[in-house]
Write a protein that binds this ligand. Structure first.
Ligand SMILES: [Zn+2]
Length: 391
């Protein structure tokens, strides 16, 4: 695949983003100051209104749809250049929900300091929602149209697992004949794209042993706690094994009193993996655990809940293209693989080439020092426009 947009045009696009930057920043500010933690219906709808209003009137926009989600608010789906959708659509994905409860903005108000803007949810990812809308306007001033249609999907429940968002994205992938997905999640440190994300699974282990008096006749008991401890040690051996599988036993419970051999114990596990094969390995291993002691029963429940975003050839092809375009804009776009999952994981699992972590550079996702780097706005905008034009 060749980069077909010229360096001169790319730089013009970046300059246009620079001129529009005050407008983009004021939309970011309005979005940040309209708090929308996951599950806040009023906040979600208010943010969607701001974005829909800002997108209306862009040259290519053909439809703006709100998808109501009970107890959450609304997903926003904007389609553009649908006269080109015969060649399929490029799907841009973001989310409007944040992890910051209402009141966070009062505690940590919008603050511009030395090329950084701080604010709850700005980096993950209200700034990128605003950038996505600016991207829809990027074609207004140039004799440039994408070769495919564009579908922008901004979801309202990503931070809590996309229970309603994933079915909607899956349906869009089908109806819109999605060719590639660009995920506007925050980048890794230094602005790096994310070319891999681990998948996740959540499991519970429950051990049933046999109670007995610890002093009088301990031999008649079978300790559930001892069994659980042995299993935990075995599971944690995955972590240093080079298998790529990570297991964390994050919660344990068990027993009744110190002088009783414990009849029951349980644990909650988080597992992470980089490939579908690893997911299968760990799931099979967990679900087949038995005790060496026939008096003890081990039961494991749970499942894989997000598939991995694997660093496939398709992903690398998209990344290579993005890196070339960044080079034309005089910056180095790095890549990395990370542990946390996003909606990109789901889209990759149905075979769509995905490039993730394409949002504006910054730091502090989900933390008090969450911020974006202001100077990154125009070049990110130009990078994304150039990438879409090249697909
Ligand atoms: Zn996010």
């Amino acid at each position: 695949m060749q980069t077909e947009i010229s360096t001169a045009l790319l730089r013009d696009v970046r300059n246009r983003f620079s001129e529009r930057q005050p407008k983009i920043v004021s939309l970011i500010r309005a979005l940040v100051e309209t708090e929308s933690p996951s599950g806040d219906v009023v906040g979600s709808r208010a943010v969607v209104n701001l974005l829909a209003d800002a997108a209306a009137g862009a040259r290519g926009v053909t439809s703006i749809d709100r998808v109501d989600v009970p107890n959450f608010g609304q997903h926003l789906v904007i389609r553009a250049f649908q006269d080109r959708a015969g060649a399929g659509n490029i799907l841009l994905v973001g989310h409007t929900d944040t992890v910051h409860p209402r009141g966070s903005v009062a505690e940590r108000p919008w603050r511009l300091e030395a090329n950084r803007i701080y604010g709850p949810g700005i980096f993950d990812m209200k700034a990128n929602c605003a950038l996505a809308v600016a991207l829809l306007h990027a074609w207004d001033d140039f004799d440039l149209v994408p070769r495919c249609g564009i579908t922008l999907a901004l979801m309202c429940d990503e931070e809590v697992g996309s229970l309603s968002g994933w079915p909607v994205l899956k349906e869009i992938a089908r109806t819109d004949n999605v060719q590639r997905a660009l995920i506007l999640e925050p980048p890794a440190p230094g602005g790096q794209a994310k070319t891999g994300r681990k998948g996740t699974g959540i499991f519970q282990m429950h051990v049933e042993g046999r109670a007995a008096h610890a002093g009088l006749e301990p031999e008649k008991g079978a300790s559930a706690i001892l069994e659980l401890a042995k299993q935990i040690v075995r599971l944690h051996e995955f972590n240093g094994s080079g298998s790529g599988i990570k297991v964390n036993v994050g919660v344990v419970q068990g027993g009744t009193r110190s002088n009783v051999v414990a009849a029951e114990a349980s644990a909650e596990l988080d597992v992470r993996f980089a490939t579908a094969a690893q997911a299968k390995t760990i799931e099979e291993r967990l679900l087949s655990i038995v005790s060496d002691d026939p008096r003890v029963k081990v039961r494991v429940s749970g499942s894989i809940n997000r598939p991995p975003l694997e660093r496939t050839e398709q992903v690398l092809e998209l990344y290579g293209l993005a890196r070339n375009i960044a080079g034309l804009l005089d910056f180095e776009l790095g890549e990395t693989q990370v542990g946390g999952a996003s909606d990109g994981n789901f889209l990759a699992s149905i075979g769509i080439p995905v490039l993730d972590g394409l949002g504006i550079d910054g730091d502090g996702a989900h933390a008090d020092h969450e911020h974006i780097i202001v100077d990154d706005i125009p070049r990110r905008g130009a990078l994304l426009a150039g990438l879409i034009a090249s697909l």
